[in-house]
Design a protein around this ligand. Structure first.
Ligand code: SF4
Length: 319
């Protein structure tokens, strides 16, 4: 059976979406543009979100201080040696808040990526409170020339959780940024953490319904992981009873519950992800992502369910 996203897979998978959009596989290249974060420099807060340690997600070719063009070229060499067939790349500005700088600085950062002949698109990770009208005007122009995604850290739809993890903004701020960005014709991505302390299974399932009503283009889910040196690690050591870490099978069943309530229009970029074992403060599943994904798809098959099976169209307003 072919689903409405045009494949026989039971969810609207990012890899298929890209193959359709670009006609071939596209590899993401992580770029560290050297921005900081208002939740670290004191503007919004200090110490950052309790779960965050940016050292956890930068491959070794990213060293702040290297020009963007050089990072892209080095990234391409790094990936070409591994995946010889890949010829197209997405520049992924992941670390910290990549819209947290004056507009001229943003332009100087993104122009080299826009001009790179092998880069077909740009993904910009940021906080929803680091965007304004002038920046949106600029990104709207870029989005007309290249594939562009602004990826907002959502993390939770619950204000009590956002406060508890020292996020420094509410979910209302997130929703507003998503709506305003999408209204400019820019693809909006979102990142969610499943398993933050204090939340319940019902709330994670409900988040699928809430996210489905927003004009998001794509979504990434990560199970909660504990990273060495974070505030959350200290909190866990002090009171482990407040935390719950999923076994893989249980998590994937929960994600099936989430995905079957998710708007089928939403491209699912990830359903899980493990930080590298060197940075994890607790042992993870130790399973490669392709195996995790394969098991997830088996579960969808066993349950004879699919993305959007329980999605209620009548709830939708706006987009
Ligand atoms: S998760 Fe993002 S917003 Fe939070 S401290 Fe880390 S870089 Fe800043």
């Amino acid at each position: 059976m072919e689903y409405q996203w045009g494949t026989t897979r039971r969810f609207n998978a990012y890899a298929d979406y890209f193959r359709k959009l670009f006609g071939e596989r596209v590899q993401k290249l992580t770029v560290n543009a050297g921005f900081t974060c208002p939740n670290r420099d004191g503007t919004k807060g200090r110490g950052g979100c309790s779960f965050c340690d940016n050292r956890a997600f930068n491959p070794s070719y990213n060293e702040t201080g290297k020009p963007v063009r050089q990072q892209l070229d080095e990234g391409i060499v790094f990936h070409r040696n591994r995946y010889r067939k890949v010829r197209k790349y997405l520049a992924y500005f992941q670390a910290y808040s990549n819209t947290y700088a004056p507009l001229e600085e943003l332009k100087a950062t993104y122009q080299p990526a826009m001009e790179h002949p092998d880069v077909v698109g740009i993904v910009i990770g940021t906080r929803p409170d680091c965007i304004d009208t002038d920046k949106l005007d600029y990104f709207e122009k870029l989005a007309r020339e290249r594939y562009l995604v602004i990826e907002y850290g959502i993390e939770s739809i619950n204000d009590a959780t956002l406060a508890a993890v020292n996020r420094g903004h509410t979910f209302e701020v997130t929703g507003k940024a998503i709506v305003e960005t999408a209204a400019r014709g820019i693809n909006v991505g979102g990142h969610m953490i499943i398993g933050l302390p204090g939340e319940t299974r019902e709330q994670w399932i409900q988040s699928a319904e809430v996210l489905s009503r927003l004009p998001l283009h794509s979504i990434k889910f990560h199970q909660l992981q504990l990273i060495k040196g974070t505030v959350m690690e200290r909190q866990y050591r002090a009171d482990p009873g407040k935390f719950y870490f999923f076994e893989m099978e249980e998590y994937l069943h929960l994600m099936a519950d989430v995905v079957e309530r998710l708007n089928p229009r939403l491209v699912v970029e990830r359903i899980a992800g493990e930080v590298n074992p060197g940075t994890a403060a607790r042992e993870g599943w130790g399973m490669r992502y392709d195996r995790v994904l394969a098991r997830f798809e088996e579960i969808l098959e066993e349950r004879d369910t699919w993305q959007g099976r329980l999605y209620n169209e009548t709830l939708i307003f706006g987009h």
